[in-house]
Design a binder for this molecule. Structure first.
Ligand code: HAM
Length: 421
């Protein structure tokens, strides 16, 4: 028997209502914030993904890169920010010189070690806002992420926020960090020994090393901000405070992708079951548009993992979706002509209907009909066919009525309306 690829999953019919619920919530909040949806390809040229994230562990080690039949090197997107900026530049969406606000929902691929909330194919809901470097936009984007989570009813979360300053700050901080950790090289985990050479900032959020005593006095990017960056960060925090956003400054938060500067943040679950799982994260990026061939435009955004949002919702029993009852089951006990036209008439009148496709014992057919959980069962057999009628069984009142076939739609519409009302 074939099995799904490791780290992937099927969304089965009993699960898809949860996805639809989440997607609807996303579309509602994005409409209120006036973000427009963009859909970019899952495949990008290798360079789009790799160039802007040369030092990122994730992009270096976990992307699905391959050559197509024309020998083009392609990558399955591991995240969507790079592709969206590629589309923004390629389609010159910056030409109107105004702020662009996008949102997206869709799959990404990372060759991860699968575990709870971690897959090789996973979906993200994300937003990107481009063409303003105002600190107000930083605060608004963090507020959007926070308000979205709250609108789902997910509590026990915190916004963890930090500033990694501008590119100059980062260069100086990086130097200090390398000096500090070089004296502890022997104590670093194997990954961090490599990070010391390639991406020392990432040592700060290493889950292994951060538990070691030598880590305690590691320098924090916050202490290396210049006045401008510090002032900017203070203003972001002030706005968040005034907007009652529950945040905590995490001086070790640096994030896993290379393109960030200034504000970085994560929405972290503090619930017992999801202990410290990041539901989403994002930050400002000032050189991404330029690096992908566009003008000197900055942006900020975030992405949530949809599977993790569903985990948080399910763990707190926040979604209890009751599938809508089927209006009608049409049970035909004989070879009844014009069946499709009757089904069609019902559906044209917004009546949901299922039917049997083969004729067997009445008892078995009736049980199958009941299993579909309809409000009414319509029976059309020999007698009904002769008399041009349909027998209607109302399953809530357990009553039965014989209705003229020509009146059936009118009858059902009235019945169903009374029920809803
Ligand atoms: P990220 O932190 O790599 O950021 O991913 C964002 C979220 O996607 C994570 O917080 C997590 O919920 C989810 N996620 C990541 N990897 C997996 C996985 N293997 N399985 C399940 N969920 C996962 C980004 O992707 C940035 N593009 C966010 C951003 C947008 N920054 C600026 N704009």
């Amino acid at each position: 028997m074939y099995q799904k690829v490791k780290g992937t999953y099927d969304v089965l019919p009993n699960e898809s209502p949860y996805w639809q619920f989440l997607e609807q919530k996303i579309r509602e909040i994005c409409a209120i914030y006036n973000f427009s949806e963009v859909r970019t390809p899952i495949l990008e040229h290798y360079e789009v993904i790799h160039r802007v994230n040369e030092d990122s562990d994730m992009v270096k080690k976990q992307t699905y890169d391959f050559k197509d039949l024309s020998d083009r090197l392609l990558t399955l997107r591991p995240e969507q920010t790079a592709g969206i900026i590629r589309a923004y530049v390629e389609n010159k969406l910056y030409a109107n010189q105004d702020i662009s606000k996008f949102y997206y929902i869709g799959p990404n691929f990372r060759y991860e070690r699968p575990q709870k909330g971690r897959f090789r194919q996973f979906s993200q809901f994300g937003v990107e806002a481009l063409n303003s470097d105002s600190y107000l936009l930083d605060a608004e984007i963090v507020a959007l992420a926070y308000n979205f989570i709250k609108s789902l009813g997910i509590n026990e979360i915190k916004v963890e926020i930090n500033s990694i300053g501008d590119s100059q700050n980062r260069i100086e901080f990086r130097k200090t960090l390398v000096e500090y950790f070089t004296s502890y090289t022997e104590l670093l985990c194997d990954d961090c020994k490599n990070r010391l050479l390639t991406n020392p900032l990432r040592i700060l959020d290493c889950k292994v090393c951060s538990k070691e005593p030598f880590f305690k006095n590691a320098p924090s990017p916050l202490n290396y901000l210049n006045n401008e960056s510090k002032e900017r960060f203070d203003k972001v925090l002030e706005e968040l405070e005034n907007a009652n956003i529950d945040y905590v400054v995490n001086p070790n938060l640096v994030r896993g992708l290379d393109y960030y500067d200034h504000t970085v943040f994560e929405i972290v679950s503090y619930s017992e079951e999801l202990s410290h799982l990041a539901l989403g994260g994002g930050g400002r990026y000032s050189s991404l548009v330029k690096e992908l061939g566009g003008p000197d435009i900055t942006g900020i955004g975030f992405a949530f993992g949809m599977e993790r949002l569903l985990l948080a919702l399910n763990n707190s029993n926040l979604i209890n979706i009751v599938p809508p009852l089927l209006d009608v089951y049409l049970l035909v006990t004989t070879n009844y002509p014009y069946k499709i036209s009757l089904l069609q008439d019902l559906r044209k009148n917004n009546i949901t209907v299922e039917t049997n496709y083969t004729v067997g014992s009445f008892k078995n057919m009736f049980i199958k009909a009941l299993n579909k959980n309809p409000k009414y069962i319509l029976i059309a057999g020999e007698d009904e066919f002769k008399n041009n009628t349909i027998t209607v069984k109302n399953l809530s009142t357990r009553t039965e009525e014989i209705v003229k076939k020509t009146n059936i739609i009118k009858y059902l519409k009235k019945e169903l309306k009374t029920k809803k009302g």
